[in-house]
Write a protein that binds this ligand. Structure first.
Ligand code: ADP
Ligand code: ZN
Length: 652
């Protein structure tokens, strides 16, 4: 695309705008909006986008912290179009560069990439294009950027800006550390005139600081958004028969849609994938034990299609930039809230409604506590691991808003969200003090039998007065607590044990084997010093939540203007007619994606297809009003789309 640079070249004015200036009021304000509409097909900026873009276009440095799906790419793509020269984008996600470049080329942006996957011939072609000023965007792998030959290449033509994507990779304490990122601070010395923008979705206070220091961004303006993901519905339900629950969840709420199911063990990813296939769900396993070819094949299919479910260990994720993942399901308890938030964050990057679903039960708690007890780490390590798990369990057992609990963990205060299970159906609690006393006194009695190993199952058998072989063998029907808990079901007792464990009112012994032991807190309950409110487990009846998202706007930690994706993006359920049209559009998209060998979302995002299905545009002008349709896509697909949305329009 030949977007002419602005009449006053922004590169000539490196003065940062006055701080506190409202979004895009500067000389470029209208130009920015025009580019947004014409190239990207969107009519309004989100959150801090406009301010950050305006700042970089004028030559300022920026640090952009935005949640996944917040729209970080536009923050460097629009300046790339408006400033003279090519923008150099550093990204560690080499496997994705090809798709990223394909996606922007679909918009008419001139883009290419340099990484180790290119043939020498292809590489020379890219270098020639760069030298001739024929590129708007050049994606470069970090290990490439600082080689002598790349630096020489970059000297040969003007650079619009440097964008450092996934900037948290510079943090040595983070889990995605890339040594090559440490060298990126030198860009400031070599090209002091060229603005730099660092972007990430993973930033605690400490990482934020490290990014600023290590990338020499001390002059940068900081654009910090709320980390809320309002389009994700959070749900955590008690585990009964987890495979059936999972199948039901997918069938009833996300049939035919793309999703990720996380499990802890490699074997269970394969079993669950096979089970799903048996139930008619298109599913594949993914774990680090598979050979590289199979893994790549699964990843490719997942990215390219819009309806595959991948059942994976956490090895699947880094670099999964797919915007239309409609759900993330956990069938095992994650070890920490950080992990849970990162994994669930892979759902709904496109801003459309998505679900984070988890089933969790007593065995999960026992297992995770055991892992820690039996780990080889020192006391400090174990204390840290227990604390992280405690926070995760508190999220699972909370009777308050899940989102508020999650965001509080990251230091952000919000009101109840109206779009999580506890908000939508507030949990019922009951006074479990007496039940807890019965249970704990049985634990204490069994604990006196040194050397014996009784888990929760046996404990519950005793409480319910069930005459098993084990009970007979140890004469446990003579215990004073024998049969005193017949009023509660097995499931209710398991829920009680789980909740007491989650809160530290009961513990898993350090000897391993999942033996339950009393804690100082247990004695407070036994002595009647404290009452115990227990949450009633309800297996969720099916309920479509997508129609009920009257969610109150949450506060934003960055003090910025609320940075939630526009609520219009979060579509309500489609009517049956619209749904049928949506499916026709999806089939058309699949065909086009296949012909062009690009992922389906590169052709159009779900949001665009939904808008097409509900608005049924009947002219090219009407098409231009659909979000996600800019000039290039109108030219490429306009006629096809009109033939589908308006089939009788030109027939007579
Ligand atoms: P991030 O990199 O922050 O995870 P992306 O840049 O991939 O997010 O953007 C997420 C999605 O939101 C993309 O589909 C993008 O096209 C869309 N998007 C970005 N900005 C806007 C906007 N202002 N209006 C509508 N959609 C937008
Ligand atoms: Zn809520």
């Amino acid at each position: 695309m030949n977007l002419s640079p602005l009449s006053t070249p922004p590169g000539g004015d490196p003065t940062p705008p006055e701080t506190g200036a409202p979004a895009a009021v500067g000389a470029y304000g209208s130009t920015l909006a025009q580019v947004l509409k014409k190239t990207f097909g969107y009519s309004a900026f989100r959150g801090h986008q406009a301010e950050a873009i305006d700042h970089v276009v004028r030559g300022g440095d920026a640090i952009v912290l935005m949640p996944t799906g917040g729209g970080k790419s536009l923050c460097y793509q629009i300046p790339a179009l408006l400033r003279p020269g090519a923008a150099v984008v550093v990204s560690p996600l080499i496997a994705l560069m090809e798709d990223q470049v394909a996606a922007v080329r679909e918009l008419g942006i001139r883009a290419a990439y340099l990484n180790s996957s290119l043939t020498p011939e292809a590489q020379r072609r890219v270098e020639r294009q760069y030298g001739a000023g024929e590129l708007d965007l050049l994606y470069v792998a970090p290990e490439r950027l600082l080689t002598a030959s790349t630096l020489e290449l970059l000297q040969s033509a003007p650079i619009a800006l440097f964008a450092i994507d996934e900037a948290h990779c510079v943090s040595q304490w983070g889990h995605d550390f890339r040594p090559d990122y440490l060298g990126l601070g030198d860009l400031a010395k070599r090209w002091p005139q060229v603005p730099r923008i660092a972007l990430t979705a993973t930033a605690t206070q400490a990482t934020h600081q490290e990014i600023t220091e290590r990338l020499a961004l001390d002059q940068a303006r900081h654009f910090v958004s709320s980390f809320d993901r309002p389009n994700i519905t959070y749900r955590i339900e008690p585990k009964a028969s987890v495979r059936d629950q999972l199948v039901r969840f997918i069938r009833e709420e996300h049939p035919g849609q793309a999703g990720i199911v996380y499990a802890l063990a490699r074997a269970s990813t394969e079993e669950i994938a096979a089970h799903l296939r048996g139930q008619g769900v298109d599913a594949m396993a993914y774990h680090a034990g598979m050979d590289t070819g199979d893994r790549r094949q699964t990843q490719r299919r997942f990215l390219a299609e819009d309806g595959l479910v991948v059942v994976a260990t956490i090895a699947f994720g880094m670099g999964i930039d797919k915007p239309d993942v409609r759900f993330v399901a956990h069938v095992d308890l994650p070890k920490s809230v950080e992990g849970y938030y990162q994994e669930t964050g892979r759902a709904g990057r496109d801003g459309q409604a998505a679900t984070a679903w988890m089933a969790y039960g007593l065995a999960d708690v026992v297992m995770q506590r055991r892992f820690i007890a039996e780990s080889t780490g020192d006391q400090d390590f174990k204390r840290g691991a227990h604390a992280r798990l405690d926070a995760m369990l508190a999220l699972c057992e909370t009777v308050e808003c899940r989102r508020a609990n999650l965001l509080a963990y990251f230091g952000e205060a919000t009101r109840p969200c109206g779009n999580c299970d506890t908000c939508l159906r507030p949990p019922v609690t009951w006074d479990g003090t007496v039940a807890a006393q019965k249970l704990l006194s049985t634990v204490v009695r069994l604990d006196r039998e040194r050397g014996q190993r009784y888990g929760a199952g046996h404990l519950i058998d005793i409480l319910r007065g069930k005459r098993t072989d084990r009970v007979a063998q140890h004469a446990h029907d003579t215990l004073t607590t024998w049969g005193i808990g017949a009023d509660l079901s097995d499931a209710e007792w398991r829920a009680a044990v789980r909740q007491l464990l989650a809160r530290g009112d009961l513990a898993v012994g350090s000897g391993g084997h999942g033996v339950l032991v009393a804690t100082p807190r247990s004695w407070e309950i036994l002595r009647g010093e404290r009452t115990v409110a227990l949450r009633k487990d309800v297996l969720q009846a099916r309920k479509r939540t997508s129609a009920s998202r009257g969610r109150a706007a949450s506060g934003s930690a960055g003090g910025g203007n609320g940075s939630e994706p526009d609520s219009a993006d979060q579509a309500a359920a489609l009517s049956p007619q619209d749904e049928a049209l949506f499916e026709r559009l999806r089939a058309w998209r699949a065909k086009v994606a296949k012909e062009r060998s690009v992922p389906a979302y590169v052709v159009f995002h779900d949001a665009t297809l939904r808008a097409l299905a509900t608005c049924r545009p009947d002219s090219r002008t009407a098409l231009m009003d659909i979000p996600g349709i800019g000039q290039a896509k109108l030219d490429a697909y306009g006629d096809d789309l009109l033939a589908i949305t308006n089939p009788t329009g030109d027939a007579d």
